[in-house]
Design a protein around this ligand. Structure first.
Ligand SMILES: [Zn+2]
Length: 279
């Protein structure tokens, strides 16, 4: 048990570092390789394309990073000092959290009582609950878009710079094994091999984030949490899906879709406590 907790703590430290490293690498690839190579060629009318692609990329990044910060800035924890930390009869003493008597969870990693806890996100090093779920979902959406957009430009870069054709759909399946072999044989450079690896990282993160986001939106619409789903407590929600969504996304939800802004009111404890009955 101690070893498993230690492993979770290590993961909680490594995941944010991995996130920032991948973000930095994406930035460097984008502005030092993709933009100069793909768009700044004499035969292409560049200025407009460069500006549009850079603006789209920066906008996606701004939203991904902005919502990442917001998910941390508005944590799901309870500020209620007297919150009872007594386990309920249903508490299975899970590795990461205790299920408390008052319907909240005590996260062992965060060392905090979490209101309407959904899950612990290792990339933010923070628990996700009702208060920061909106930012987390938007973070997933924009991270997915940024990764898939980078993937498209990465493919374009390989085509322009190294004459690799992606007309055959099977190219993407054989690219990694061939590139690995060619790299160790010294046929291709480390930079080219690293870019190929990044294509798969972008594809993986892009698809995982998109899938995770869909699952979260469905759970939110049903008024349920991932914690409840894992415990097999798929409780029937008393509110309509519209009420459940507006509860999480806030009154200014449309604004929150286009900019990383605070759209969820910071509920007083009493108001937030009304959700406990659904837990
Ligand atoms: Zn936590």
């Amino acid at each position: 048990m101690i070893f498993r907790m230690f492993r979770l703590r290590v993961l909680n430290t490594i995941a944010p570092v991995y996130f920032f490293a991948a973000t930095t690498v994406t930035f460097i690839f984008y502005f030092y390789f993709f933009i100069p190579t793909i768009f700044q060629r004499p035969d292409v009318s560049l200025k407009v394309s460069t500006v549009i692609h850079s603006a789209v990329f920066l906008y996606l990044m701004l939203n991904a990073l902005g919502n990442y910060v917001m998910a941390i800035k508005y944590p799901a924890e309870s500020s209620h000092e007297t919150m009872i930390r007594v386990c309920s009869a249903d508490c299975s003493d899970k590795i990461d959290a205790h299920y408390l008597l008052n319907g909240c969870h005590f996260c062992k990693l965060c060392q905090k009582t979490i209101l309407r806890r959904d899950h612990h996100c290792f990339f933010t090093g923070n628990c996700i609950g009702n208060r920061n779920m909106r930012y987390f979902i938007m973070f997933c959406i924009y991270t997915s878009c940024t990764c898939l957009y980078s993937l498209v430009l990465g493919v374009a870069f390989l085509t322009v710079e190294y004459n690799i054709s992606f007309e055959n759909p099977l190219t993407f399946l054989t690219l990694l094994p061939f590139s690995t072999g060619y790299f160790f044989l010294g046929v291709i450079s480390g930079m080219q091999f690293f870019l190929v690896l990044m294509l798969y990282v972008w594809l993986g993160i892009g698809l995982v984030c998109a899938g995770f986001c869909c699952q979260q939106v469905l759970l939110v619409a049903r008024g349920q949490t991932y914690c409840q789903m894992k415990q097999g407590q798929l409780v029937e929600s008393h509110s309509s899906w519209k009420e459940n969504l507006s509860d999480v996304f806030g009154s200014r939800w449309a604004l929150g879709f286009v900019l990383p802004m605070q759209t969820v009111e910071t509920f007083p404890e009493d108001t937030a406590a009304k959700h406990h009955k659904h837990d």
